[in-house]
Each structure stands twice: as C-alpha cells, then as structure tokens.
Design a protein around this ligand. Structure first.
Ligand SMILES: Nc1ncnc2c1ncn2[C@@H]1O[C@H](COP(=O)(O)OP(=O)(O)OP(=O)(O)O)[C@@H](O)[C@H]1O
Ligand SMILES: O=C(O)C1=C[C@@H](O)[C@@H](O)[C@H](O)C1
Ligand SMILES: [Mg+2]
Length: 172
C-alpha cells in the first residue's frame, strides 16, 4: 500500500466526517484516525477547552501538526475537524491527498448538532454561527475536494458507500 491516507474527509460541523469515516474504515479494513480525537489524545484536553482557553489559532496549529503527522504516517481513513482547511499549511498538505468534501444543508446540520454543545464556535447561536463559518469555508472545501458527496437525507452507511464509489476504494 502506498503511504498516506486512502481518503481524507473534510466538511463543516455535522456533515458526518467522524461518523462516516469510522464506518468507511471498518468496511475497508483499515485504521481510522480523527484529528480532533488525535489532538485530544496528545494534549489530554478537549478541543473545546483548547479553543476556549488558548484561542482558535492555538488549536489550528495543533490540528495542523496532527494533519501533518497523519499525512506522513497514516494509511487509512482520516477525518478532519471542520475548520482544518482554514490553515494554509494544512491546505498545502491536503492538495496532495485524496480529499472528499462531505456537504450538508444548514437545516440538516442543525438537526444533527442540536444546541451545539461541545462546539465552542457555535456558542453565539448554532444556526447563525454555522452559516457564517460555512460562508467563509465552502470555497476552501470545494477547492480541495476530489469529490463532493452530499449527505442530506442519507444514512451514514449510504454516504460511506458513496465515498467508496467516488474514489473507487476497495477493501484492503
Ligand atoms: N447521515 C447522517 N444522518 C443523521 N445523523 C448523522 C449523519 N451523519 C452524522 N450524523 C450525526 O450528526 C452528529 C455529528 O456527526 P459527526 O460528529 O460525525 O460530524 P463531524 O462532521 O465529524 O463534525 P465535527 O466537524 O464537529 O467533528 C452526530 O450525532 C452523528 O451521529
Ligand atoms: O468547524 C470547526 O471550526 C470545528 C469543528 C470541530 O470538528 C472541532 O475541530 C472544533 O470544534 C472546531
Ligand atoms: Mg468530527
């Protein structure tokens, strides 16, 4: 197997990167890595605490380090945090990787995210905040993606199958 992730999932909060990524890895029989989990594991802190206490730029650096390690070492499915694409160094890494944008409409994202608990960037009101973030990020997701997979009105299993088909992935 060539080094580097088989697939990298990007997209906004609630698009299902973590959920779909874990299912996809299971079906393909490869490891799953989620940069939010990786940052939490290495720092022993929650993402919410890092963003709230140290600020978003500090978190973006930690996230970038996690993406850089994964780009070099991880050979399975990689799910990123929703804002990872904001970091120019992270975008440079993603440009060379098989990146898939999981898209979602705001109404569907709101159903999935509820009150936004544990996601400090939604603290000023989940819908308003999410729409604002997405307005800034959509072009970045689209610019990086080798495939765009809509997730509205689909189950996580249907979505992981769509990702598999788009990238023609096969079980290891
Ligand atoms: N296709 C789907 N249909 C219904 N609910 C879903 C779907 N995908 C994910 N969910 C639910 O939406 C919530 C958010 O999903 P998940 O954490 O996978 O999103 P994410 O893209 O990883 O978000 P973040 O950027 O915050 O890490 C979870 O409760 C999950 O169970
Ligand atoms: O969209 C975002 O900026 C974020 C998404 C989550 O995955 C976490 O990385 C964090 O809550 C920030
Ligand atoms: Mg996630």
């Amino acid at each position: 197997m060539t080094a580097g992730p088989l697939v990298v999932l990007v997209g906004p909060m609630g698009s299902g990167k973590s959920t779909v990524g874990a299912l996809l890895a299971e079906r393909l029989g490869v490891p799953f890595l989620d940069t939010d989990h990786e940052v939490q594991r290495r720092t022993g802190r929650t993402v919410a605490d890092i963003i709230t206490t140290d600020g978003e730029p500090s978190f973006r650096e930690l996230e970038h380090e996690a993406v850089a390690r994964a780009a070099a070492e991880h050979t399975g499915v990689l799910a990123l945090g929703g804002g990872a694409v904001l970091h120019p160094g992270t975008r440079a890494l993603l440009a060379a990787l098989p990146t898939v944008f999981l898209d979602v409409r705001v109404d569907e994202a709101m159903k999935r995210l509820g009150d936004g608990a544990g996601r400090p960037l939604l603290a000023d009101g989940p819908q308003r905040s999410w729409e604002h973030l997405m307005a800034d990020r959509r072009a970045l997701y689209l610019g990086l993606a080798r495939a765009v997979v809509p997730t509205d009105d689909r189950t996580p299993h249907e979505i992981e199958r769509a990702v598999t088909e788009e990238l023609e992935l096969e079980k290891a």
